[in-house]
Design a protein around this ligand. Sequence first.
Ligand SMILES: [Zn+2]
Ligand SMILES: [Zn+2]
Length: 131
Amino acid sequence: MEGGCLCGRVRYEARGAPMRSYLCHCRDCQRAGGSAFAAAMMFPAEAVSVQGELRAFSVTAESGEAVYRHFCPQCGSGVINTGPPGGEAVVVLAGTLDDPSGFAPDFELFCQSAQPWVHAESARTRLSRGR
Ligand SMILES: [Zn+2]
Ligand SMILES: [Zn+2]
């Protein structure tokens, strides 16, 4: 899978299938993305390669762990999230994929902070409901 930021200066490639695909409704993802939730895929760190400059903003997540949100300094698009440097996983934000239509979240996180005006359902739920 390939993707990149809004201005195109940052490009990435993620190889293989994601370990997890999910929607995150935490307040940090809401603020960082300016939207209701983050659509995210977790890959082993070695499966993701990035070209172009990323800058990171780190914040202590609700889990108590540091999360680094990496964005393009030119256009501000959030592209990937990681733990502290040297971590084993990289989270790719699905909206940055060249073709996000193949993204299929199987679960949702931090549903207690989901906005009442959002009615996202996982692809699996949608399929099982036949719409
Ligand atoms: Zn950019
Ligand atoms: Zn989140």
